[in-house]
Design a binder for this molecule. Structure first.
Ligand SMILES: [Fe+2]
Ligand SMILES: [Fe+2]
Length: 169
């Protein structure tokens, strides 16, 4: 995001812009997952499946963006030496995707045969997923994004934001 002060000097993206923009994407993902769970509560499994597909598409793209644009820069700038190495983010991304794939399968079964027990099992699995997601979110909020905001030149931060395949919506 480019911002212009009154003198017309381009300050580019500032540190908090970068963190805010990336965390804003997490907030949008959370909203979409919430919509999915609301549909589950309504036992509207077709709507739940559509909302999950929306969520999944955006989560996949966000993960892909991080793995192609964000994490390579983080590693190149020395992010590996801290207590949040790239392999940790990649492992969490893998786990998140595995969980959502499993939700797809469970939901397809629910569409065929709506029943309380599998629905409750799905909510239980989603509680575990949300716990993993919370840890991942905190690691990115507190380690990954602020590290890049501090160490990546403003023009590079702007390049990352411009290259995102999913930048909201
Ligand atoms: Fe993220
Ligand atoms: Fe991530």
């Amino acid at each position: 995001m480019r911002r212009w002060c009154e003198c017309g000097y381009d300050r580019g993206v500032n540190a908090s812009d970068f963190v805010d923009r990336m965390m804003g994407l997490h907030a949008q993902l959370d909203d979409r997952f919430f919509a999915h769970q609301q549909a589950l509560l309504d036992r509207d499994f077709a709507r739940a499946a559509a909302a999950l597909a929306d969520y999944r598409d955006r989560l996949w793209r966000h993960i892909q963006d991080e793995e192609s644009q964000v994490l390579p820069r983080y590693a190149a700038l020395g992010g590996e030496v801290g207590d949040a190495p790239v392999r940790l983010f990649l492992g969490e991304h893998r786990n998140l995707r595995t969980f959502v794939d499993d939700f797809d399968v469970r939901l397809a079964r629910l569409v065929q045969q709506p029943d309380d027990r599998p629905l409750l099992e799905l909510f239980d699995r989603q509680a575990t997923f949300k716990n993993l997601l919370l840890h991942h979110d905190l690691r990115e909020r507190n380690a990954l994004y602020p590290f890049l905001a501090e160490h990546l030149p403003a023009a590079e931060q702007e390049r990352v934001l411009a290259a995102l395949s999913w930048s909201g919506g």
